[in-house]
Ligand binder design. Structure first.
Ligand code: AMP
Length: 114
């Protein structure tokens, strides 16, 4: 989608601190990190929110989580633990309408989330 900032990052049209790339997903560091490691994993395909997921998109969502687990291992907190979150729409706290999985690690997380 032409005016989507995350589509532009996936296409290399605007800069980002990339940490992961494959045929389906891209990972980059969040501009406003909420943990020592805060990476966003996005599909290359524009999907506005989890509500718009189509059955054929389900492998993409699996790949987002597989990539997050790889990055957690690389960053050294796979065993100690981490959090993965996908926010959906206003009440979920979604501000960028291109699906993204937050990977947060490197500190102890609290529960319930705010
Ligand atoms: P959400 O509130 O779940 O939609 O998360 C959007 C996230 O995108 C926030 O954590 C922002 O800090 C992050 N963000 C927005 N623009 C950029 C950007 N250009 N590069 C990296 N992270 C971004």
């Amino acid at each position: 989608m032409s005016d989507c900032i995350f589509c532009k990052i996936a296409a290399g049209e605007i800069p980002a601190d990339l940490v992961y790339e494959d045929d389906l997903v891209v990972g980059f560091r969040d501009l406003n990190p909420q943990a020592p490691t805060h990476v966003l994993l996005i599909p290359r395909k524009h999907i506005a929110s989890i509500n718009e997921l189509q059955p054929e998109d389900e492998p993409i969502i699996g790949r987002l989580y597989a990539a997050a687990a790889k990055i957690a291992a690389q960053e050294g907190f796979a065993e100690s633990g981490y959090r993965t979150v996908i926010n959906c729409n206003d009440d979920g706290g979604q501000t960028v309408f291109h699906v993204h999985l937050h990977l947060l690690g490197g500190r102890r997380m609290s529960w319930p989330p705010g």
